[in-house]
Design a protein around this ligand. Structure first.
Ligand SMILES: [Zn+2]
Length: 235
């Protein structure tokens, strides 16, 4: 097998994975119309696959998923890449540990972004998944590197795989696209629950030492289980 065909096999598999993962965004009601996108890095190459712009989720197939370089230029595909491609590409260029990026306008997480308020770490599942408060990123206009830069600068100072970009919505990262989708599902879940909790009264943040203990246990102890290490246990 030549190197070229090996890359082709990897890219074909990633196109299938990323097309399938978009169905999770609709399953968990994180997106409406054509908003939202999932991408995956092509491991070992300066390439990524991402949703095309403006294709209905119901019609999305692996053939629609486009291949881009890490500056957002189209390398292979019949459709224009997502309008958020530059942001995804910036994240891959500056966070080599990241293998997947997701963006949605899911309702509750986006409501916190509209408030410009971090989601406080008041539940063990926030500590487990996000390692602390879920941070707010800067306001940024679409069209250049400013969204990507805001994501990277915010996540570098945090253990969270999710950032709520101010006046915009959540972007999530993971070691692969599936992990980034999981973070997108979880951030909406905790955004909703913490919002409801706050309607009942004031909330107490978990102590920093306990947050660290919860995060380390969840990320490292569960993460070393041989069976399906991508699945954390959900308490
Ligand atoms: Zn957006």
């Amino acid at each position: 097998m030549t190197v070229t065909s090996e890359i082709g096999t990897v890219i074909a598999a990633l196109r299938r994975d990323v097309a399938d993962l978009h169905a999770q965004l609709t399953k968990y009601q994180l997106v409406i119309w054509t908003a939202g996108n999932v991408s995956a890095r092509v491991p070992g190459h300066d390439l990524m696959v991402i949703k095309p712009s403006g294709v209905d989720y119901d019609a999305l197939t692996p053939d629609h998923i486009v291949l881009c370089d890490l500056h957002g230029n189209l390398v292979d595909g019949d459709l224009a890449p997502s309008s958020d491609t530059a942001a995804h590409a910036y994240v891959y260029r500056h966070m080599p540990e990241v293998g997947g990026v997701v963006h949605t306008h899911s309702t509750y997480a986006t409501a916190w972004a509209a408030r410009g308020e971090p989601i406080p770490c008041v539940l063990t599942m926030v500590a487990d998944e996000f390692g602390g408060d879920i941070p707010i990123g800067p306001f940024a206009l679409i069209g250049d590197d400013s969204i990507g830069r805001g994501i990277v600068e915010t996540l570098r100072d945090s253990r969270s795989p999710a950032v709520l970009m101010r006046n915009h919505g959540p972007f999530t990262v993971g070691r692969d696209a599936r992990a980034a989708v999981k973070a997108a599902v979880m951030v909406e879940d905790v955004a909703r629950t913490v919002h409801i909790g706050r309607q009942l009264g004031s909330l107490d943040r978990i102590d920093d030492a306990d947050i660290t203990a919860l995060f380390d246990r969840y990320q490292h102890v569960y993460g070393q289980k041989p069976a399906d290490p991508q699945e954390g246990e959900y308490r």
